[in-house]
Design a protein around this ligand. Structure first.
Ligand code: DGJ
Length: 741
């Protein structure tokens, strides 16, 4: 028996909770079982008697000496569902009577469409396996990559398809991975939304059949996000119960199919969206899928999101040069953004005046939004012409940037590189550069068209102008926007059979540009924005330091959006601006304190027209920005506990975060509208050190009552934090910090 075992040093920074100490990847030659252990998780699969790769186990970590029996194909169900379709395969080709979702579907040059993938060989890597599958007859190979994270037990899976036939093959469907769960009652969680209404946690009991979560839009989309979590049972619990979750690292069209099959097994298959898909693989060529990350927690959705947050911070987000905490993504600078104050009406003088006020508040970064370039007076013109508008900025950007620096802030700028207005010099010169089908209408959204970034010349143009902009100006940050979805996605440079490659090459070129910019300008940070939260996924997060979750900055709506967002993504990247009241979208009036506290749950920014703020407003914001700076790392990188969810019209909501060594915790509490005199519920805190003493200090709002300001972790967790009797009313907020003595 070959039994290889190795330990991997825990690569998480000291501020993260160590979930497990080691990982191992073992292959048992006798039983042909592959086993991966990491964190509190074991994942196992094996080669069955037919040669298929079959999933065996995904769940809580098993004993090191436990032996997993050899894979045995599942039974057939009469003459209608063969064992090929009932067996949970790791990566099933469409062929041999497969009726469930295939991982891979191809058409060969001779019209044959039967593909049956069997185990061919494997190698053990530093953190997992590369397993090669091969079609039973033809020279089509698939390399499945498995890489287990020692700390979190998150497994990264992807597939590379290689054509070694003498003729091209067309890939019609290619997943990154398929995950299987055995029969039980399950609740599916996923995130849905629309512009200004992203991040709705949608929960439903799984039934026989398929639930498809997808984007056909060319980019990630506001309408659904490539994340899922499946809970055992039909009564979801925030901190208890088994949860299997996953997220796709892809910013193009994607699909995750959650299927309850004939024998009540669950399969989750995800990767490129097969809708309108077709990738011609010439002899010797390869297609690499995105990565599909999967994880497990025995501590409910709360446990699942805490694991994912730590993984994102420790392994995915862009890291700085250095080691340990030095290298970790730093908490986001508190920004000021001009968009809601000035919209397109940016000028040197106007921006300088805003910068002066922003500096008074203690803001770290000043960001000028849309309107500074080309003939950009409104959204009808200018996109594509990335030269500074000389009427608005007669001396270029330098005087403004110098002023911002002199005020002690760094400077950020808005761009929307993949778009063009028909009313622009770029479009007049290169009408052939946009996605289109020749001779057909070109549908505009927000008066703009999508540049075909799959084209090498478009890629070079975008890389070129961004490189020049960053070389010629001292810019610390780009807000990278993307304000429409695709239509008429033609690419007539290529032969008709090849044009659908646009779905892959566009996104690959986007990543290539981002990677190259990071290389040439390593200090420049990036925000992924797509009219709000339309491009947030684990793919873009390898390049983006933060995201803009929504154009909806109403502080009450944001509570629910932020709640939904954090099921999949860490508050570290969740930018949240304080804007003006009444709010432009809902016409709701809220106090500045309420707005500040709502935004302080994530990475704080100011987006109001601060030139109109009075002394009291300036002093309030300044005080709370200073308080935020003191506890920011705990809020955005600590363990997040959603104590009371604001979902489903809740009267109250509350969150708590605890830092890695449990020395600090921050609590936020919000009242929507007090009814029938009900006081705020007792908040039983989580994650503290029961034996340590913690001092409670109000950051803002109603003081706690019923306890001295100092008590044990056990007190705060078992007895709970009681709010003052006066903490009542409409749109009220309070925040507290607890510091270990
Ligand atoms: C959409 C973004 O989400 C907004 O924040 C702003 O940048 C506008 N675009 C500018 O056009």
């Amino acid at each position: 028996m070959l039994h290889r075992m190795f330990s991997i040093a825990l690569l998480v920074s000291s501020s993260f909770i160590a979930i497990g100490q080691s990982s191992s990847a073992t292959f048992d030659e006798g039983s042909k079982v592959f086993r991966l252990d990491g964190g509190d998780v074991t994942y196992a699969f094996g080669v069955n008697a037919r040669g298929e790769l079959q999933q065996l186990y995904w769940g809580g970590r098993l004993g090191a000496a436990d032996r997993i029996p050899q894979a045995a194909p599942a039974r057939e169900w009469a003459s209608f569902d063969s064992s090929y379709t009932t067996t949970p395969q790791e990566y099933a080709g469409w062929g041999a009577g497969l009726f469930v979702e295939p991982a891979l579907k191809v058409t060969f040059a001779d019209g044959n469409r039967d593909l049956v993938l069997h185990y061919d060989r494997h190698e053990t890597t530093s953190d997992g396996f590369n397993i090669v599958l091969k079609d039973i007859k033809r020279q089509v190979f698939v390399t499945l990559r498995y890489s287990m994270d020692a700390g979190s037990g998150i497994l990264a899976r992807s597939a590379t398809i290689e054509n070694k036939e003498a003729q091209p093959i067309t890939i019609e469907q290619a997943a990154a991975a398929a995950w299987a769960l055995s029969a039980a009652h399950y609740t599916l969680n996923y995130l849905t939304g629309r512009w200004a209404g992203e991040w709705t946690l949608t929960q439903e009991t799984l039934h026989p059949g398929a639930r498809v979560i997808e984007s056909r839009r060319g980019s990630t989309g506001h309408q659904a996000n490539p994340w899922f979590a499946i809970e055992a049972g039909d009564r979801p619990d925030e901190n208890a119960g088994e949860v299997w979750f996953g997220a796709l690292a892809w910013s193009g069209s994607w699909r995750i199919t959650v299927e309850q099959d004939q024998l009540d097994g669950i399969r989750v298959t995800g990767g490129f969206n097969p809708f309108d898909f077709g990738y011609v693989l010439h002899p010797g060529e390869k297609l690499e899928s995105p990565v599909f990350y999967g994880g497990y927690s025995a501590h409910g959705l709360g446990g699942a999101s805490r694991i994912l947050h730590h993984y994102e911070i420790a392994h995915l987000l862009p890291h700085r040069v250095g080691e340990g905490d030095e290298a970790a993504p730093k908490p986001r600078p508190v920004i000021y953004n001009s968009w809601e104050a000035t919209e397109f009406n940016v000028t040197e003088e106007g921006q300088k005046a805003l910068a002066e006020k922003a500096a008074e508040l203690g803001v770290d970064r000043f960001v000028m939004d849309d309107g500074w370039f080309g003939q950009r007076k409104n959204d009808h013109a200018g996109l594509g012409d990335w030269y500074v508008n000389s009427t608005k900025f007669p001396h270029g950007l330098k005087p403004l940037i110098d002023k911002v620096h002199a005020l002690g802030m760094d400077f950020g700028l808005w761009v929307e590189p993949e778009m063009v207005n028909p009313d622009s010099d770029l479009y007049r010169k290169h009408p052939e550069w946009v996605l289109n089908f020749p001779g057909r209408p070109r549908s505009e959204q927000r008066n703009q068209l999508v540049l075909n970034l799959a084209r090498p010349d478009v890629r070079e143009y975008i890389l070129g102008f961004l490189d020049k902009l960053l070389t010629e100006n001292d810019i610390a940050f780009l807000k990278w926007d993307y304000n429409r979805n695709w239509s008429e996605p033609g690419w007539d440079q290529l032969p008709p059979a090849e044009q659908k490659k646009v779905y892959v090459e566009f996104t690959r070129n986007l990543y290539a540009i981002l990677a190259e910019l990071k290389k040439r300008h390593p200090k420049v940070e990036l925000e992924s924005c797509s009219g709000g939260g339309g491009r947030v996924d684990l793919g873009i997060l390898q390049y983006a330091d933060e995201v803009w979750p929504s154009d909806n900055t109403d502080p009450f709506d944001r509570l629910t959006q932020q709640d939904g967002f954090t099921y999949a993504y860490t508050p570290q990247i969740m930018m949240a601006w304080v804007t003006d009241s009444p709010h432009w979208l809902n016409k709701r009036t809220t106090s500045l304190e309420y707005r500040m506290l709502s935004s302080m749950q994530g990475s704080l920014g100011i987006g109001a027209n601060i030139s109109k703020w009075n002394d009291v407003e300036m002093a309030t914001a300044k005080r709370l920005i200073a308080a935020y700076h003191q506890v920011q790392r705990t809020i955005v990188q600590g363990d997040l506990y959603r104590l009371i969810s604001p979902r489903n019209g809740s009267e109250f909501s509350a969150t708590q975060t605890v830092n890695g060594d449990k020395s600090q915790s921050v609590v936020f509490a919000f009242i929507h509208s007090t009814q029938e005199g009900r006081g705020f519920p007792l908040l039983k805190l989580e994650g503290l050190d029961a034996k340590a003493e913690y001092a409670l200090t109000p950051i803002e709002g109603a003081a706690a009552r019923g306890t001295s300001a100092t008590a044990s972790g056990a007190w705060w967790m078992n007895h709970g934090l009681e709010m003052s009797e006066n903490f009542k009313g409409d749109f009220q907020a309070a925040a507290f910090r607890l510091d270990r003595k």
